[in-house]
Design a protein around this ligand. Structure first.
Ligand code: LLP
Length: 415
């Protein structure tokens, strides 16, 4: 466990969070390198000797240090933009271990991905496939492709992060796969390699994953009959993590049941976990600025806000709140943690039983995924710093933005 109490002070590995606050101030994201590595290894090792590739989903946390640490242990990457592609390359990733997802890759992105030699494009529509073919043709090369199917299964998660239902914008209908792949098969510029799906995020049950896999395997057999050989399946990400008391998926059992279904053939399996690798490996540290009582509500106004950590405001998600100093005694109440932003939706937690004083520090747990990456400069707030801890070492892996950073790309009109 990367985060635990020692002598009533919250530690990241062997470093007291209080020391990190002294060094880097607040608010602050703190990541545990050991947790990130162990989480990735859990996926990798569960496959044993079966051909596989664990492609970390960069969108969950795209800090260069995170990408570098993962690339050093052999991770592949699931990218969705040229920005993510350049990030992983800069962080030392091997392009041939990257898959490119996303519904609307531009010609420019496709060209660059072909130039550096990514492993595969996860294609989301016929129109996108045609575009990839055209770019490959112009470059006199061949693109490896995998069609993302929409298996129409209910991931039973928050509607905003559910992606495998017919009404969602992702993937192609199962019935359209054979005609699209017949066409691709006849193109000298496309190499049909895989099938993929990603049905949603923060899934806490295995059955929707396995239902989707069954549908994908039916297609593999159908394609095989017309001599189109699929060599890999990419089953996306989506494994949920414990934010509160939820029962979560056992990763070993999940991968064992995938292997059980595919053992008849030697299909390589790709997974794209994001949250499960970094979610619980990060915390967001914030300071209590003021305590405020309005009628019967108790507000702790903190220095962190929805621009730093959007998830609670956007999806009404829960993050556990822990005091950095467990012994701190203050006013006992059920506090709403609210930020300085001028929006009623600017809260990071609601109704939490805590004993608080002004100047206390709190940690919002399980914020390593979709925390910093979804942050913004709303209300002209500089983005916070990010720190990575490894044993008793800590490194500033992203500097706190300065005021100058806020507008150094803007121009006033001279007239
Ligand atoms: N692969 C694809 C194609 C995806 O769209 C996603 C996430 C992943 C992999 C990684 O999924 P994960 O293993 O992290 O669940 N902002 C939301 C989550 C959005 C997920 C989008 N796609 C949140 O804060 O909960």
């Amino acid at each position: 466990m990367g985060f635990s109490y020692k002598n009533h002070i919250l530690y990241a590995e062997s470093v007291a969070i209080t020391d990190l606050i002294d060094a880097y101030e607040s608010p602050l994201y703190v990541y545990s390198r050991t947790d990130i590595e162990n989480n990735w290894y859990e996926f990798d090792q569960a496959f044993g000797t079966h051909p596989h590739l664990v492609c970390y989903a960069v969108k969950a946390n795209s800090n260069l240090a995170v990408l570098n640490v993962l690339s050093k242990i052999g991770s592949g990457f699931d990218i969705v933009s040229i920005g993510e592609l350049e990030r992983v390359l800069f962080a030392g990733a091997d392009a041939s271990r990257c898959v490119f997802s996303g519904v609307a890759k531009t010609k420019f992105e496709i060209k660059r991905a072909l130039e550096v030699g990514i492993f595969c494009f996860n294609v989301e529509s016929m129109a996108e496939m045609n575009r990839i073919e055209q770019v490959a043709k112009d470059m006199g090369t061949q693109a490896q492709i995998s069609l993302r199917i929409n298996p129409n299964v209910d991931a039973k998660t928050h509607p905003y992060i559910s992606t495998g239902l017919k009404e969602n914008k992702f993937g192609v209908d199962i019935d359209d796969v054979v005609p699209i792949y017949r066409m691709a098969h006849n193109s000298p510029y496309l190499a049909v390699k895989g099938l993929n799906c990603h049905i949603g995020s923060q899934l806490v049950e295995v059955s929707p994953f396995l239902d989707a896999l069954d549908k994908v395997l039916e297609l593999v057999a159908k394609l095989d009959k017309i001599n189109i050989r699929i060599t890999h399946l990419d089953l996306g990400g989506g494994i949920g993590i414990k934010y509160n008391n939820e029962q979560i998926i056992d990763i070993n059992a999940y991968i064992a049941s995938i292997l059980d279904k595919v053992k008849m053939n030697d299909l390589k399996i790709i997974l794209e976990p994001g949250r499960a690798v970094v979610g619980n490996a990060g915390v967001f540290v914030t300071k209590v600025e003021f305590l405020k009582q309005n009628s019967d509500k108790s507000f702790a106004i903190i220095d962190g806000a929805m621009n730093d950590l959007l998830r609670p405001a956007f999806y009404q998600t829960y993050h556990q709140v822990l005091p950095v100093n467990e012994n701190a005694k203050g006013v006992d109440a059920n506090w709403d943690l609210v930020g300085p932003i001028c929006e009623t939706g600017d809260f990071l937690a609601k109704n939490r039983k805590l004993s608080l004083s002004e100047g206390d520090y709190l940690a919002l747990m399980s914020t390593g995924a979709y925390g910093f990456t979804m942050s913004s400069n709303y209300n002209s707030r500089p983005r916070v710093a990010e720190v990575m801890v490894s044993g008793n070492q800590h490194t500033l892996v992203r500097e706190r933005e300065t005021i100058q950073d806020l507008f150094n790309k803007e121009h006033i009109i001279n007239d």
